[in-house]
Design a protein around this ligand. Structure first.
Ligand SMILES: Cc1cc2nc3c(=O)[nH]c(=O)nc-3n(C[C@H](O)[C@H](O)[C@H](O)COP(=O)(O)OP(=O)(O)OC[C@H]3O[C@@H](n4cnc5c(N)ncnc54)[C@H](O)[C@@H]3O)c2cc1C
Length: 384
């Protein structure tokens, strides 16, 4: 077992850190923290990230992939704040999914722009009536003649939905015979316009969590991706790595909350000494530290398993559950350690906590991760 990053990975981590402080943070800070970033600002951020190979990490080399291993790819999520990395992941996941099984025409149209950060991608499965059970997708695609399909329906909680150039929608594909299957379709917004609006939420507020409406949105048949009913398989395959990535987003928030708490405990004086002297305060810090460390190790372990070609559903789900639930808890404990100061907007801990509360939902809720772990250990599916 080796718990250290390789020299190459450490170099990449340094590059990620300097790209963030030199190129990305100034853009992020130029805009209000409580409103979605303008599309132009998000594009500039994408273009600072793309040269590091981020978007091509899970794309085959022959299609323009960057050959990054999963552990290296995970470092982006540990280093960047989730308010950005949720949007970056949505784009990267869309790139990965578009590379799988799509026609050469589709790949040539979208992949170069997605890989170099010129295009913004989004993936929409969730709908008003469809959350944890994606098999219930109601958005329909029907043949519209002349080699086209028409899409009608509503997607909800689509990361990047309002600013994307291409949206991979999971749809119910209806064939002339009346049979239906789940399919993936690439919707190019400029050619096949659709309405999208931001949904106001408590956290990740510079991000773009959107509702998307397709009203007879006509797309060419060549934009159908994969082999008809491979939508569920492609989602499952990509979620496997994305779950530890969400765990590492949690670790980013845990680390920020822990660092702030250690600083504050050494400064704040009560009863004639810094609160760092009190055993119960040390207990808070020890709990925060242990949750952070455990979350980090679980996430990188799952990614290292994927690098060895091991399909690790239980480990990936444990990493997601541990990292995201720990972020909720650790940010809350940090607020407690700061006393009333922890409740102020100025201290910034409440923002960390609100961001943390967003993470246990995507890519399967905490309860769904528990059911996956249960299925893997017990051999019984308890989903329904
Ligand atoms: C930050 C963020 C980004 C997101 N990005 C995207 C995106 O890009 N694309 C996209 O398609 N969606 C996205 N989503 C949506 C997300 O995937 C869904 O919110 C999630 O799948 C849960 O669906 P739901 O909210 O409808 O909850 P529901 O499925 O309605 O669940 C409600 C509650 O019931 C529980 N529950 C459901 N089924 C079971 C069961 N069988 N056993 C036990 N408990 C159960 C859940 O755990 C939850 O507590 C995003 C959400 C967030 C918060």
């Amino acid at each position: 077992m080796d718990f250290e990053f390789s020299a190459e990975q450490r170099m990449l981590r340094d590059s990620i850190r300097s790209a963030y402080s030199r190129d990305i943070m100034p853009i992020q800070r130029a805009y209000p923290q409580d409103r979605p970033l303008p599309k132009a600002a998000f594009l500039k951020i994408q273009q600072a990230v793309a040269p590091l190979g981020f978007y091509g990490a899970r794309v085959p080399l022959e299609l323009g992939g960057s050959g990054l291993d999963h552990v290296s790819w995970g470092m982006f999520y540990e280093e960047f704040p989730p308010v950005l990395s949720t949007g970056l992941l949505a784009c990267e996941a869309t790139t990965t999914r578009l590379a799988r099984g799509s026609s050469a025409v589709v790949r040539e149209r979208f992949l170069p722009g997605l890989l170099d950060g010129r295009l913004i991608g989004a993936s929409g499965t969730s709908e008003p009536n469809v959350g944890s059970d994606p098999r219930g997708v109601e958005t329909r695609a029907v043949p519209a003649g002349d080699g086209h399909y028409a899409i009608s329906g509503r997607k909800l909680w689509t990361s990047n939905g309002s600013i994307c150039d291409v949206l991979m929608a999971v749809v119910r594909l209806e064939s002339p015979g009346g049979a239906s299957s789940l399919a993936r379709v690439a919707v190019e917004r400029a050619a096949s316009p659709f309405e999208a609006r931001e949904v106001a939420v408590i956290g990740l507020q510079q991000g773009h969590l959107s509702e998307v409406v397709f009203d007879n949105c006509v797309v060419p048949a060549e934009n159908l991706l994969g082999s008809g009913d491979d939508a569920a398989q492609v989602l499952q395959a990509t979620w496997l790595a994305q779950r530890p990535a969400f765990g590492l987003m949690g670790v980013h928030l845990c680390r920020a909350a822990l660092d702030a708490s250690v600083r504050y405990a050494k400064e704040r004086v009560q009863f004639g000494k810094t609160i760092a002297h009190f055993q119960l305060v040390q207990g808070l810090v020890a709990e925060m530290y242990t949750l952070t460390l455990a979350s980090r190790l679980l996430a990188y372990q799952a990614l290292a398993l994927l690098d060895r070609g091991i399909v690790c559903h239980a480990e990936a789900s444990a990493a997601k559950m541990m990292g995201t639930e720990s972020a909720v808890k650790v940010t809350r404990l940090a607020m407690q350690l700061h006393g009333s100061m922890g409740l102020t907007v100025e201290a910034g801990l409440e923002r960390l906590h609100r961001d943390a509360c967003m993470l246990p939902l995507p890519e399967g809720t905490t309860q769904i991760q528990q059911l996956i772990i249960g299925r893997e250990l017990l051999g019984v599916r308890a989903f329904r």
